[in-house]
Each structure stands twice: as C-alpha cells, then as structure tokens.
Design a protein around this ligand. Structure first.
Ligand code: UTP
Length: 293
C-alpha cells in the first residue's frame, strides 16, 4: 500500500483521434483547440500546477507534435514581441511555460484505449502515485478540480481517487459508472466500477469524469492488456481490480465541467469561460442578447 505518498507527476493522455470533432481535428489535435484564447490542454496543465504537480507526462500520438511546441519557447515570436514592446503578451507567454525539464513526452503508437495510453507512461511515472487529467474534460473552479481531489486524497487514506458527477440515467452508458458505498463529505467510497454499462445494468448514476489519482499498482493491472468495452484497453477495468486492495473514493468537486470532446460542450465552454473574462464579457453578453434564437 502506498497511501499518502505525495503526488508529483501528472499524465495527460492526448493520443486520441478526436473523431467527434472532424474535420477540425484532421490536422490539429483537439487538445489544441482554443477555449477563448487558450488551448484546452493548457487549462489542464494550469489546474495540475495549482494542485502541486511538478512533472508532466504527455502521452501523444502521430500528428500531436504541436502540443510539444506549445510547451516550449517560441524564440522568433518572443523576440518579435520584445522588439515591438508587447510586454504584456510576452510575459503572458513566459509565465505559462512549465519549468525546464518538467515536461516529457511519450508516444502511444496505436490508440488502443485510455488504459493503454496511461500504461505507455509507466516508465516515466515509475513507482509513485500520479494524477491523470483528460484535457478535453475542461474543469473550471476555484480551487481547481485536481486541488480538490488532492484534498480528498489526503483525507481519505490516499489510494485511488476519481472525479465523478451524477448524470441523467440516459447518459450513464457513455461513462464509467460507480457502485457506491458510504459517502463522507464530497467523497463516496467506490465498491465497484463498470465501463459504459447498459442503462438497466448501471449500479448508480455516479459517473467517472476525466480526473484521477492513481497508485503505481495500476500498471501491473494494465500490463495484462485485456480489452474491454468497445474492444479498447479500459482504465476502468484495471481500476476495478484495485478495489479492496487500497482506499478508493469518488469525489464530487464543485467545479463546472465542459466536455470539449464534443461540439456542444466545446461551444458551451467558450461561452461560459468568455462570460467570466472581464475583458470580453460585456461584448459577449451583448452579442448573445442580439442572437435571434
Ligand atoms: P476519447 O474517448 O475522447 O476519444 O478519449 P478520442 O479518440 O480522443 O475522441 P473521439 O471519441 O474519437 O472523438 C478520452 C481521452 O483519452 C485519450 C484522448 O486523447 C482523450 O484525452 N486517449 C483515448 C488516448 O490518449 N489514447 C487512446 O487510445 C484513447
């Protein structure tokens, strides 16, 4: 058991094909699509940093190289901004850059599923607990979702923590669904998990969303490379095998979640985040009022 060891590393799986967002995602990774003026993936990195994460492991695939460029210096651009006296923009770029050596990339050579993507990070994570953030689940809140999960991790005996939301019954078949035990505060004990169950077989309406704190034991389970629902190697199946071996809780954060992997969720995220931004909110509100719906 490895409870309470500090969580220093985050894995960001970004190797998915993003087929629900074609043609936008033919040449541009969906994680690089902007919400207002920041790529979706950067929100996840900032959320992880706020939660104390020091190292970032991206699991990428073909066509995802610009994610690597995004987290590096852009010397020509920086020199140009400096020359033109655009200090605000330049400082913004520099502040957003993760520390040198804190970002690493590994490739998932075929998109065999989320479990397989996480397994691809095993050597970079090593024998310690780690966070997983799926960037297309955009979580907005203060403190951020991962910071709230860290708190739950520390107060529930470490182990495994997943973020979860109550969903309407007709939506549960899209998620990993939890068989709940006792609830204390915002944390519910997890007695079982099932990936994309049929509505009538769902043990509850409490669904896992894209934030996890995992223990390195998960890699031994993922080593089996067993295919689950949809013929993919599912993270949920390996998490299920850890139940009973370590504490396992689902946390309901008070953050807003926007599923930027689908079109309507992405549009909603842009409007919601835009309405929180003092520099554009007034104009955006006027624009929305003027829409003939
Ligand atoms: P999704 O279920 O959204 O799949 O993956 P997808 O392929 O990205 O998108 P669609 O369904 O074709 O539109 C959830 C998360 O898991 C990652 C994705 O990048 C995303 O962050 N993922 C999924 C991988 O890294 N590898 C995989 O094999 C599958």
């Amino acid at each position: 058991m490895t409870a309470h060891r500090p969580v220093r590393k985050a894995v960001l799986p970004v190797a998915g094909m993003g087929t629900r967002f074609l043609p936008a995602t033919k040449a541009v990774p969906k994680e690089m699509l902007p919400v207002v003026d920041k790529p979706v993936v950067q929100y996840a990195v900032e959320e992880a940093m706020e939660a104390g994460i020091e190292q970032f492991v991206f699991v990428t695939g073909r066509g995802k190289a610009i994610i690597e460029d995004h987290f590096d210096h852009a010397y020509e651009l920086e020199a140009l901004l400096k020359e033109r006296g655009k200090t605000l923009e330049l400082n913004g770029l520099l502040e957003d850059l993760p520390a040198s050596g804190s970002v690493s990339f590994t490739r998932q050579q075929s998109p065999l599923g989320l479990g397989h993507a996480v397994w691809c990070a095993r050597h970079l994570v090593g024998d310690e607990p780690f966070a997983v953030l799926l960037p297309d689940d955009l979580m907005i809140g203060k403190p951020g979702a991962m910071a709230q999960m860290m708190k739950a991790y520390n107060s529930n005996g470490g182990g495994v923590i997943v973020a979860a939301e109550e969903k309407p019954l007709e939506e549960v078949s899209r998620y990993g669904v939890i068989a709940p035990g006792a609830t204390k505060g915002n944390a519910t004990e997890v007695k079982g998990v099932i990936e994309k169950p049929k509505m009538e077989e769902a043990p509850s309406r409490l669904c896992i969303i894209g934030r996890y704190i995992l223990q390195p034991e998960i890699f031994h389970e993922l080593d089996r490379k067993e295919k689950g629902t949809g013929g993919e190697i599912q993270l949920t199946d390996s998490m299920a095998r850890l139940i009973g071996r370590m504490p396992f809780h689902a946390v309901r954060t008070d953050c807003a979640r926007y599923d930027c992997g689908n079109k309507v969720g992405y549009l909603e995220a842009n409007i919601a985040v835009g309405l929180e931004r003092p520099d554009i909110a007034p104009a955006l509100k006027d624009m929305l009022k003027g829409l003939r719906l």
